[in-house]
Design a protein around this ligand. Structure first.
Ligand SMILES: NC(=O)c1ccc[n+]([C@@H]2O[C@H](COP(=O)([O-])OP(=O)(O)OC[C@H]3O[C@@H](n4cnc5c(N)ncnc54)[C@H](O)[C@@H]3O)[C@@H](O)[C@H]2O)c1
Length: 374
C-alpha cells in the first residue's frame, strides 16, 4: 500500500495576527462556544479525571546537575492537552515554559506554542505561535463570564493590574457587556495605569480613567477584572463590592473568607480545580504544593476546613449551556475564578487556523511524503 503524505501549517506570530488572532469579538464568540461544549460534556482534558489543567515539570528546590533548572517564581514548563468536540472535533496541546527573568533578555515571560492534530488519524494540522492565542483566550473568559453573570444594564468596569492580560480582559468584557460605558484602571505603577487608560480609551471608544487607589476602582464597578502579577496581591474588602457586582479573578486577589462564604462563587470549570486539589494530595509535599499558586487556593482551603463543599461552586459551562442557573437577582454579588484551560487554547487556535486556511496565510511544512516505516 502507498503511504500517505503528511503536511501541516506553520503559523508565526505575525501570520497569527494576519489571520485574526487579535479579533476579540470572534474570540469571545469562540470561547463562549467552548463553554457551551464544556457544559454538554463534549470535551476531554488530560488525565484520568479528564479535567487536568496540564502536566507540569516541577523543578527541584536544589541544584541536582549543573544545567538542571531549579524552582523559582513563575519557573515552569507545562503541557496542556485537550480534545474539543462540536464543530471543532480536534485534539491539541499548548506547550510553554516560563521564566521571570526573560523580559531582561528581550523575551516574554512565557513562550508558548500550540499544536493541533486530527482527532481521528492524529496527523498534525498546525503548529502555531501561541502567545497571542493564550493572552486573547485568557481575556475572553471574563468576557464570557460577564455576558452571563454581569447584572443587566452594567455600565462600569474596574480593572486592577494594567498588564497584557487585563488589556485583553477589558476588550472582552466590552464585548460581553454591550451596555458598558466606562472603566477605571488601578495599578501599583501609575505610569502603567496612565498608558493603559490612554490605549484602551482609544481602542474601545469608552472612557477609561486611571485612579490612584484600589478602592476607587472597586466601589463604583458593576464588573471588576483583577489581573495582577507578582507577590503583592490586591486586598479587596467585601464591603467595597457594590450590590450586584461581578468580581472576576484572572490573577489572584486577597479576599476575606466571608467574601467567598457570603456571596455566589462560580468557576470556569470546578472539575479542573478539583483535579488540582487531587494533584496536590498526590504531590510529595502534599496540598501545600498547590496552595501557593492555584488561583482557587482560598476556596480549596475553605473546603479543606469544612466551611464550603465542592457543590457550592458552579461552573460557567453549565451556566452557558443552560443546565444551571447563573445570576439569581440584580443585587447578587458574584465572585468568578478562572484558572485557564487547554480547551480554550485549542478552540481559539483552531479558529485562527481555519481563518489562515481561508486566507492562504502560513507556511506549509512537510512531515513526510511517505512514512519511512508503517
Ligand atoms: N487564568 C488564566 O488563564 C491566566 C492566563 C495567563 C495569565 N494569567 C494571570 O494573569 C495575571 C496578569 O498577567 P500579565 O501577563 O498581564 O502580567 P503583567 O506583569 O504584564 O501585569 C501585571 C500588572 O499588575 C500590576 N500589579 C501587581 N500587583 C498589583 C497590585 N497589588 N495592585 C495593582 N496592580 C498590581 C503590575 O504593576 C503590572 O502592571 C497573572 O497573575 C497571570 O498569572 C492567568
Amino acid at each position: 500500500m502507498q503511504g500517505k503524505p503528511v503536511k501541516f501549517l506553520y503559523l508565526s506570530e505575525p501570520e497569527m495576527i494576519e489571520a485574526g488572532v487579535l479579533d476579540m469579538k470572534q474570540c469571545v464568540q469562540v470561547v463562549d462556544e467552548v463553554f457551551h461544549l464544556l457544559g454538554k460534556g463534549d470535551y476531554l482534558m488530560g488525565g484520568p479525571r479528564e479535567n487536568e489543567h496540564g502536566l507540569m515539570i516541577w523543578f527541584p528546590e536544589e541544584k541536582r546537575f549543573p544545567n538542571m533548572p531549579v524552582e523559582g517564581p513563575d519557573r515552569r514548563f507545562m503541557a496542556m492537552i485537550a480534545y474539543l468536540g462540536g464543530r471543532f472535533n480536534v485534539c491539541g496541546e499548548k506547550w510553554y515554559g516560563s521564566n521571570i527573568v526573560n523580559p531582561k533578555r528581550g523575551l516574554p515571560r512565557s513562550i508558548l506554542t500550540v499544536m493541533l492534530n486530527d482527532a481521528d488519524t492524529s496527523e498534525p494540522l498546525a503548529i502555531m505561535s501561541g502567545n497571542l492565542i493564550s493572552a486573547m483566550r485568557t481575556g475572553a473568559v471574563p468576557g464570557v463570564a460577564a455576558k452571563y453573570l454581569a447584572r443587566p444594564g452594567a455600565e462600569s468596569c474596574g480593572c486592577v493590574g494594567a498588564g497584557v492580560i487585563n488589556r485583553a480582559c477589558l476588550m472582552a468584557i466590552k464585548e460581553g457587556v454591550p451596555t458598558l460605558k466606562r472603566a477605571t484602571i488601578y495599578d501599583l505603577d501609575m505610569e502603567k495605569a496612565a498608558a493603559y487608560a490612554k490605549e484602551m480609551s482609544a481602542l474601545l471608544g469608552i472612557d477609561v480613567v486611571p485612579v490612584g487607589t484600589l478602592k476607587e476602582t472597586i466601589v463604583d464597578a458593576d464588573v471588576i477584572s483583577v489581573a495582577t502579577a507578582g507577590a503583592s496581591k490586591a486586598l479587596i474588602p467585601e464591603e467595597w463590592l457594590k450590590e450586584g457586582s461581578l468580581l472576576t479573578l484572572t490573577g489572584t486577589a486577597e479576599l476575606t473568607d466571608e467574601t467567598y462564604l457570603n456571596n455566589t462563587v462560580i468557576a470556569d470549570n470546578w472539575k479542573m480545580h478539583q483535579a488540582w486539589l487531587t494533584e496536590g494530595e498526590e504531590h510529595p509535599k502534599g496540598v501545600e504544593s498547590i496552595l501557593s499558586w492555584a488561583p482557587s487556593a482560598p476556596i480549596i482551603k475553605l473546603i479543606l476546613d469544612g466551611k464550603m463543599v465542592h457543590d457550592d461552586i458552579r461552573s460557567l459551562g453549565d451556566i452557558a449551556s443552560g443546565t444551571v442557573k447563573g445570576r439569581c437577582c440584580d443585587n447578587e454579588r458574584i465572585v468568578f475564578v478562572t484558572g485557564g484551560m487547554p480547551v480554550e487554547d485549542v478552540g481559539w487556535g483552531y479558529q485562527v487556523y481555519q481563518n489562515a486556511l481561508k486566507k492562504g496565510i502560513g507556511q506549509e511544512l512537510k512531515l513526510w511524503d511517505e512514512p519511512h516505516w508503517f
